[in-house]
Design a protein around this ligand. Structure first.
Ligand code: BGC
Length: 370
């Protein structure tokens, strides 16, 4: 299935077509996060990020790495964040389109609004890139992300390892899934269910409550998990789709003095997630090297902004709704447990100072973070 979604194919044709109508970009540099000094030949790139609450990455990591990549290439970029508001998302897109961006890169809030924006951009002759989340039927020229089914597989395997260590008999597993409107959440679930279902089927684990969290909203995740635990006091493991959802579950477990006894998964290697791992409250997280993702996406955008045909897509992803193959770069995620939290620090994604604060210093020492 996964192989089918990511088959090698000829790339670049779509981009050539969509660039044909691009005019000269003489628009002034507007909006927060813009960086100046683009080379004369290159047009401006617009980037719309989704929110600042569903994960640390959108407010901190992605804008930092994207800006650095465009700055280094001397290409103007306008990076804005829709703050979880779909109207705002469309308003930002309209502004970028009328300001004459040559390339538009989006992380959609859902496929419907994402598609509307991509279509408008296309009509204006702007090249488009889906960043991290595929917009279903959106027809973006390129897609850059991680192997998201693999992300889910790592989460499923991580939870299985932690539950096996605890030696529980037929532990009840609860699933806290990501936003139902995010195609990634579907792929993560596909990955972890492929690992968990055989365990449910052979009776090693017991399938417990299984619910999606609208918009990846951490507060709602807390309420949902509280209800899960009230309804099923016997929950012994939580497959949480990212660190924010995982932390929401951990807070509820803490209130019930169950933290540390109930393994919880995560994703994104956030400072909070890593601290929860070091404290023994979280089983694992998935590290996605955002710098690599930002670099891959900006490479494509920079080529398009310079009217060059990108050569860096490595395969295609089949849009499951339209059936179209989207030229893609899909990167490899990494599983992180207490043993290798240090790898995330060594990679420069988070600093030791941010992770090893007062309460966590001793856990850092124990985990060999020096
Ligand atoms: C991203 C995750 C992120 C989640 C919530 C997903 O589409 O791939 O990294 O945790 O959205 O923002």
């Amino acid at each position: 299935m996964r192989k089918g979604l990511f088959a090698l194919a000829a790339v670049g044709l779509l981009a050539t077509g969509s660039m044909a109508a691009c005019g000269d970009d003489s628009g002034s540099d507007s909006g927060s996060g813009s960086s100046g000094g683009g080379s004369a030949a290159a047009g401006k790139v617009g980037v719309i990020l989704p929110d600042t609450k569903s994960s640390q990455r959108w407010g901190t990591d992605d804008p930092k790495f994207l800006k650095a990549a465009f700055d280094e290439a001397g290409v103007q970029v306008d990076i804005q964040n829709a703050q979880g508001d779909k109207n705002q998302f469309q308003t930002i897109a309209d502004g970028m389109i009328s300001s004459g961006v040559k390339v538009l890169m989006i992380v959609n809030l859902d496929s419907g609004t994402g598609k509307a924006v991509l279509e408008k951009a296309k009509k204006a002759g702007i090249a488009t890139i889906d960043y991290d989340r595929l917009t279903l039927s959106g027809g973006a020229d390129y897609y850059v992300s991680f192997d998201n089914v693999k992300v889910g597989e790592l989460q499923g395997e991580g939870l299985i390892n932690c539950l096996t260590e605890k030696k529980y008999t037929k532990p009840v597993v609860a699933e806290l899934n990501g936003a139902p409107t995010d195609n990634n959440a579907t792929l993560f679930k596909q990955g972890y269910d492929s690992k968990l279902k055989p365990k449910y089927d052979d009776g090693t684990f017991t399938k417990g409550p299984d619910q999606s969290v609208p918009d990846w909203d951490n507060a709602q995740a807390g309420t949902i998990f509280e209800q899960m635990l009230t309804g099923n006091k016997n929950i012994k493991g939580v497959l949480a789709a990212n660190d924010g959802l995982g932390n929401a579950a951990i807070q509820v477990l803490k209130k019930n003095k169950l933290n540390g006894q109930v393994p919880v998964t995560g994703q994104d290697a956030t400072v909070q997630g890593l601290q929860n791992i070091l404290a023994g409250d979280q089983c694992m997280t998935v590290y996605k090297a955002i710098k690599k993702e930002a670099d891959a996406a900006s490479k494509l955008a920079i080529a398009l902004a310079k009217n060059e045909k990108p050569t860096t897509a490595t395969g295609t992803t089949k849009d499951p709704e339209s059936g179209k193959d989207v030229p893609s770069v899909l990167l490899d995620p990494q599983s992180i447990t207490k043993e290798n939290v240090k790898d995330v620090i060594a990679d420069g994604f988070v600093t030791k100072d941010a992770v090893c604060t007062a309460d966590f210093a001793k856990f850092c020492t124990e985990a060999g973070i020096s």
